[in-house]
Write a protein that binds this ligand. Structure first.
Ligand SMILES: Cc1cc2nc3c(=O)[nH]c(=O)nc-3n(C[C@H](O)[C@H](O)[C@H](O)COP(=O)(O)O)c2cc1C
Length: 323
C-alpha cells in the first residue's frame, strides 16, 4: 500500500500531538470544523499499552490508553504517536496501531518532560541515536509508515549531527520543532534554521517530507513560514486553543464569541460521551481560550470554571445568553 505521505499536497498543514488536549473529543471537533491534512493522536506509552493489555489484561473498553487511540474515519489520515525506549514494546504497540487501522505511526523524540526522559524516551533519544534507530526499526515491523517528531538538539542546536541520523532512515516524514530540548518552549522557534534542515533533507533523503513546528498561529502564518523556509508542511499546536477552525483557514479574530461558546459546549458533550473515565477538568482547561474577547467574558469564565458536567456548562451559557 502506498504511504499517504506521498499523496499530500504541498504545502500541507497538520495537527500537533498534544497530551490531554488533542484527545478523541477535541480531534472530533477539529475534524468537524476544519480538517487538517494529517491528524496526530496525543502521545501514548508503548510500554503502557503492552503492560495494561498483556500483563494486566485490562479490557480495551476500560483501558484509558486504548481510549486515547480511538478515532473516526473523519480524522484520516491519522497517525498514532508512540513513545518507548524498548524495541519489543514499540513493535507490539505499532502492530496494535496497524490492527486498529491507523494510517501511520509517529515516534516522539522531542518531549522534554522529565518523567518521559527518565524512561529514555522523548528528547532523551537525541542523546542516544543508536537507540533511536532501533526504535524506528521496531516500529517498522508493523508495516505502517513510521515518522519521527523531534527538536533541533538537546542542550545546543545540533542540526548537522542529529538530523542526518534520522534522515538516513529514509523516513516518509520528519517533524522538526525548531527549538532545543533546553529551550523548552521559552524562546521563539528558530524558523531561520529551517533552510539548513531542508538542505540536509535534499542531500540525504529527498523523499522525506519536512514538517516545521513551533509558534505557527494559523494557516496564513503557516504558508508564510513554509514559503520563507522551504519546508513542505507546518504543524500547528497551540494555535488550535479556542480555535478548532484553524485548519479551515480562520484566525481566532474571525470567530464570533457565540461560535466559540457553542463549540466549547459541543466539545464538553463529546468529551463526556467519548472519555467517561477522564476528569472534567480537561474540559475546563479550554475555558480560558474559548470564553475570551467580549464584555462579561471574565465573569463567564469564572462561572464555567465551577462546572463539573457538560449540562452544567450549558446552564451557565444559557444564563449568560439571557442576561
Ligand atoms: C499541552 C501540550 C501537550 C503536548 N503534548 C505533546 C505530545 O504528546 N507529543 C509531542 O510530540 N509533542 C507534544 N507537545 C508539543 C507540541 O506538539 C508542539 O511541538 C509544541 O507545542 C510547539 O508547537 P506550537 O507552537 O504550534 O504549539 C505538547 C505541547 C503542549 C502545549
Amino acid at each position: 500500500m502506498e504511504s499517504f505521505w506521498k499523496s499530500l499536497p504541498r504545502p500541507f498543514f497538520v495537527l500537533a500531538p498534544m497530551a490531554d488536549v488533542t484527545d478523541p473529543a477535541y480531534r472530533a471537533l477539529i475534524a468537524a470544523k476544519g480538517k487538517p491534512h494529517v491528524t496526530w493522536t496525543e502521545f501514548v506509552s508503548a510500554d503502557g499499552l503492552y503492560y495494561t493489555r498483556e500483563k494486566k489484561g485490562i479490557p480495551d473498553a476500560e483501558n484509558p490508553l486504548m481510549r486515547d487511540l480511538t478515532f473516526t474515519d473523519a480524522e484520516r489520515p491519522i497517525v498514532a504517536q508512540l513513545f518507548s525506549s524498548n524495541p519489543e514494546t514499540m513493535a507490539y504497540a505499532a502492530k496494535l496501531c496497524a490492527e486498529l487501522g491507523f494510517d501511520g505511526v509517529d515516534i516522539n523524540m522531542g518531549c522534554p518532560d522529565k518523567s518521559i526522559e527518565k524512561q529514555g524516551c522523548g528528547a532523551a533519544m537525541i542523546k542516544n541515536p543508536a537507540k533511536a534507530k532501533e526504535i524506528i526499526a521496531a516500529a517498522r515491523t508493523s508495516g505502517l509508515p513510521v515518522s519521527v517528531k523531534t527538536r533541533i538538539g538537546y542542550n545546543q542546536e545540533s542540526i548537522d549531527e542529529w538530523l542526518p541520523l534520522l534522515l538516513e532512515e529514509k523516513l516518509p516524514a520528519l517533524t522538526v520543532h525548531l527549538r532545543t530540548r533546553k529551550e523548552m518552549s521559552k524562546v521563539p522557534a528558530h524558523w531561520e534554521l529551517m533552510p539548513r534542515v531542508v538542505a540536509l533533507r535534499d542531500t540525504i533523503s529527498p523523499e522525506t517530507r519536512i514538517i516545521g513546528n513551533g509558534d505557527v498561529l494559523d494557516l496564513t502564518d503557516a504558508e508564510q513560514k513554509i514559503v520563507e523556509s522551504g519546508c513542505d508542511g507546518a504543524m500547528i499546536g497551540r494555535g488550535i486553543f479556542g480555535n478548532p477552525w484553524v485548519f479551515a483557514g480562520r484566525s481566532i479574530e474571525d470567530t464570533s464569541p457565540e461560535e466559540r461558546l457553542s463549540a466549547l459546549s459541543e466539545f464538553a458533550h463529546a468529551f463526556e460521551a467519548m472519555q467517561p473515565a477522564k476528569s472534567f477538568h480537561l474540559v475546563r482547561k479550554h475555558v480560558k481560550a474559548f470564553a475570551i474577547g467580549f464584555d462579561g467574558a471574565a465573569e463567564l469564565r469564572s462561572k464555567l470554571m465551577d462546572t463539573t458536567t457538560a449540562d452544567e456548562m450549558d446552564a451557565v451559557l444559557t444564563e449568560y445568553r439571557l442576561s
